[in-house]
Design a protein around this ligand. Structure first.
Ligand SMILES: [Zn+2]
Length: 446
């Protein structure tokens, strides 16, 4: 047996709720896992074109970040302290200001951060997607991406004006369909598209209905921001006489193919409705807490919603986000319980995320036959010693920067903490340059 890549010597948590295997071996060929088990069980005479010796490291499945806006790394460290979301915040660089070249530079910076921190798949939405999607995927991680689909103009929103832009709305639908044709359904699944209906308040009801129709026609799932802010909830109440989940239900979007980001401002009946529909909730615990809010994740999960994890914007550390998801859930019940443990957060960050992306059954676990995405975290630094329960130690104490190696589709895309396909310093320099130019224009009121 000759593997393309053989990972040896690590402690392996092959999937959420699996018992750790010490001194494991993982054989990969053709981009898929073909051997998973203790090294002692490797077939006699097994060899490999490439071997990754991983003693002292913990191997987990690749992390799936179901909701990001990589370009918005441009406002990090500032926008968190100004308002609840950059698109609704005046005085900071906005999507409509970003040039194509700046979009590519910033998207690569944000995607590189995500990949170095163990995300093997990100689901990203912003602007200039036809350029940023391949530019991000070129770094080595899987990138699902879509343009923001909306028929209400963003230019007035930061000032409290929701102005319909029907012509722009048509163009955005056409752009999304072209992206699906170009990037979705490839055999290696290194790229993909999930239709990104921006939010209930930035799409009119008829327009939302059409996005649903397009989703069914192209067989591509839908994502949306949902009940993210009190402003959105008040606007939908005024415009449509209902809550945001009621609106999505009325236009045929609230189902088990929807990935709904945030789900913060929900009524009791909203929670029951979202749960009964089996919606994938993209939970963004750190971002929400930064804005002084949290999603009722415990009630949502009990009602039937599927919990996924995401970083949204301005940071991309999915290792840290597992800790935030764990703790924000415990605060809601005021105690530690068996159904809200590190294993549940690993499931949310891997299997559930893969399922939300339409990749269930082939991503999210280190199982023979699955696509070969994995992450190796170093366990030898002081904050991770000792580690009698390695997953507990990682969820409570580790950070993305403890990620040492990352493998996507059987390819080593991060080795010893550095990307293998690009010059990290150059990506940082180009991203910083683009952000500086955007901030200069935003401050000048351009
Ligand atoms: Zn978002």
């Amino acid at each position: 047996m000759m593997y393309d890549l053989l990972v040896t010597g690590c402690t392996l948590i092959a999937e959420a709720f699996a018992t750790p295997i010490e001194d494991a071996a993982i054989g990969i060929s053709g981009g898929r896992f073909v051997f998973v088990g203790p090294r002692s069980a490797l077939p006699v005479g097994a060899t490999a074109k490439e071997t990754l010796e991983a003693r002292g490291k913990l191997c987990i499945p690749g992390l799936v970040n179901v909701h990001t806006h990589t370009i918005l790394c441009m406002v990090r460290g500032v926008a968190e302290d100004m308002g609840f979301a950059p698109a609704y915040t005046p005085g900071v660089p906005q999507g409509q200001m970003v040039t194509e070249e700046e979009a590519v530079a910033l998207a690569r910076l944000g995607a590189l951060e995500a990949m170095l921190f163990g995300s093997t798949l990100i689901n990203d939405t912003y602007v200039h997607t036809a350029l940023t999607l391949p530019a991000m995927a070129d770094l080595g991680l899987r990138v699902f991406s879509c343009n923001r689909i909306h028929d209400v103009s963003f230019s007035g929103i930061a000032h409290g004006r929701w102005e319909v832009d029907a012509k722009g709305g048509e163009a955005r639908l056409a752009e999304a369909e072209a992206l699906v044709q170009r990037f979705h359904g490839r055999s290696d699944a290194r790229t993909g598209v999930q239709l990104a209906a921006h939010a209930p308040d930035t799409c009119t009801p008829d327009y939302l209905r059409r996005i649903g129709e397009m989703s069914r026609r192209l067989n591509v799932p839908v994502q949306a921001h949902l009940s993210q802010s009190k402003v959105e909830v008040a606007h939908i109440r005024e415009r449509d006489g209902m809550t945001p989940p009621e609106l999505l239900d009325s236009v045929g979007l609230l189902d088990n193919r929807l990935v709904a980001a945030h789900c913060i401002h929900l009524t009791e009946s909203d929670i029951a409705r979202v749960g009964a529909a089996g919606v994938h909730v993209a939970h963004i615990p750190k971002g929400n807490a930064t804005g002084g809010t949290f999603a009722p994740t415990r009630a949502l999960v009990r009602a039937g919603a599927k919990l996924c994890l995401a970083t949204d914007n301005m940071h991309a550390d999915m290792v840290e986000v597992m800790r935030w998801g764990l703790n924000m859930g415990r605060i809601q019940h005021g105690r530690v319980e068996d159904d809200w443990q590190p294993e549940h957060m690993l499931a949310a960050a891997t299997l559930n995320g893969a399922d939300a992306m339409g990749m269930g059954g082939e991503l999210g676990a280190i199982r023979e036959g699955y696509r070969a995405d994995l992450v190796l975290l170093g366990l030898q630094r002081p904050h991770l010693v000792p580690h009698p329960d390695p997953l507990g130690t990682v969820v409570h104490n580790a950070h993305g920067r403890d990620v040492v190696h990352v493998v996507v589709e059987g390819e080593v895309v991060v080795r010893d903490g550095r990307p293998t396909r690009c010059d990290m310093e150059q990506v940082c320099a180009e991203g910083a340059k683009a952000a500086a130019a955007l901030w200069a224009r935003a401050r000048a009121g351009a």
